[in-house]
Design a protein around this ligand. Structure first.
Ligand SMILES: [Zn+2]
Length: 243
């Protein structure tokens, strides 16, 4: 369902969780939950990470390589696979940091569709592997199936967006789908187009309306009406509306 701001006609967020807030004009707008488990927000998060990977590659303007690392064939449980993946990556990363003068990387997980959720690891980096990649990978705890190719910034960004947005049912909570070296440039900060005032945790609806009213100079009962209308129009939970 597309959610459009009834006053401005602007699409705010299609996140199905229904998190909403007043903006500085006293209009109710829909916010994103920013969770990987959300079918809408996972795509937005994946897209943001892919932008950042692309940004680093474009900024450095160096040859860029793509390593694909798999797990040994004898791993059948996806839960165990995530543990192995994390420790194997730690080992590999440390080996690279020892052998290279600097190691810029963006690594991201792909949930492999043909191996019952066993994850793959992709690494985008500005270096050739400092050794034969199959041996290097195996030594760190990955399987022998490892490849290395050159890659363009556009394709790297595409892979990040494609792989990270896949749902990982067996993925442990708080598992990081994307890991970047500290050196990887951050995207420039954007100025938000409008201020929003999200409700605070455990804030009652009345306290919230009063707080927004002081910020916007709109009477609390007017705000309350807008909040209730919005809740009704979009069939959202009215819990917050029943003070
Ligand atoms: Zn969401």
């Amino acid at each position: 369902m597309r959610v459009i701001n009834r006053d401005t006609g602007e699409i705010i967020s299609e996140c199905p969780t229904g998190i909403r807030a007043f903006n500085d004009a006293g209009q109710v707008v829909r916010l994103s939950c920013n969770q990987w488990k959300c079918p809408y927000c996972s795509h937005v998060l994946a897209w943001r990470w892919s932008c950042r990977v692309r940004y680093g590659i474009d900024l450095w303007n160096l040859d860029t390589f793509h390593w694909t690392l798999t797990l040994p064939g004898e791993i059948y449980s996806s839960n165990f696979a995530f543990k192995v993946l994390k420790s194997a990556w730690d080992n590999l990363r440390k080996q690279c940091q020892r052998k290279l003068p600097y190691f810029h990387y963006a690594s991201f997980v792909e949930i492999h569709p043909h191996r019952s959720g066993i994850a793959h690891l992709h690494v985008v980096t500005m270096h050739w592997c400092p050794g034969r990649i199959k041996d290097f990978a195996h030594h760190a705890g990955f399987g022998y199936e490892a490849t290395e190719t050159t890659i363009s910034g556009m394709r790297a960004a595409l892979y990040v967006a494609k792989y990270t947005s896949k749902q990982g049912q067996g993925m442990p909570r708080r598992f990081r789908r994307v890991r970047l070296s500290q050196s990887w440039p951050k995207l420039p900060k954007t100025v938000p187009e409008m201020r929003v005032f999200p409700p605070l945790p455990r804030e009652s609806i009345w306290d919230y309306l009063v707080r927004v009213s002081m910020e916007t100079d709109i009477a609390p009962n007017v705000l309350r009406e807008r909040w209730m209308d919005y809740t009704q129009d979009y069939n959202l939970s009215s819990e917050e509306g029943d003070d």
